[in-house]
Write a protein that binds this ligand. Sequence first.
Ligand code: ADP
Ligand code: 5GP
Length: 213
Amino acid sequence: MITNPQMPAILSPGLLVVLSAPSGAGKTTLAHMLKKEFPEAEISVSYTTRSPRGAEANGRDYHFVDPLTFKQMIDRNEFVEWAEVHGNFYGSSKEVIGQSYRARGMALFDIDVQGGTSIKRKYPDAVTIFILPPSMEELERRLRSRGTDSDDVIQRRMLAARAECEKGAQSYDYLVINDRLEEAFLQLRSVLIAERTRRGRVDITGLRLNSPD
Ligand code: ADP
Ligand code: 5GP
């Protein structure tokens, strides 16, 4: 980033967006709404060593790989970040960043706090957004109403949720409380629109401000 005070800082024209939340806070629901609003957004499909759940499809929801393949990808430096979450490995491929970050696109990462933090370290102009539930009681109610997890899994997720919320609330750029869905979506949408107009991201070369007349 150029820091000459006379000139706008040059940020990369594309938006690199990280969405994180404790499981059940509504991240998947909101990410789908965002994809409709910003069709150009490319959602990163992560690699994982966990098995597919329900109707999940390989290549659409995740790339499901075995632990050996995952390890080889680490060794070949193919991930922008990877982490162990709930006993399984998850990683984001570097590909999406190359494709949509440089042009005026948008790359969307739906990953956990560890991953979001390491992307922010590597790309300081990434926009990190943490989605919070209105209360822990409501989070548990949503996890139960989704009907995809056993009691055991819900207990474990609730334990992890508190720690994740603390980390996200301390370090992410934006916090969106998903109480009323429409309101949370409006806030997310506003953040992305505002970030696109950030100084340094807007192309003002057409004004030829620095050329002597
Ligand atoms: P995540 O991807 O964060 O685990 P989901 O998007 O699957 O969460 O949402 C968990 C459950 O909560 C789903 O049943 C979803 O329909 C519901 N949900 C999401 N947002 C809201 C909201 N604002 N109010 C009530 N229920 C919600
Ligand atoms: P799930 O198994 O429920 O789909 O995901 C569990 C957690 O892993 C979620 O918090 C999800 O955001 C996170 N996750 C998914 N993909 C990645 C990834 O590529 N990297 C990291 N760090 N976390 C991921």
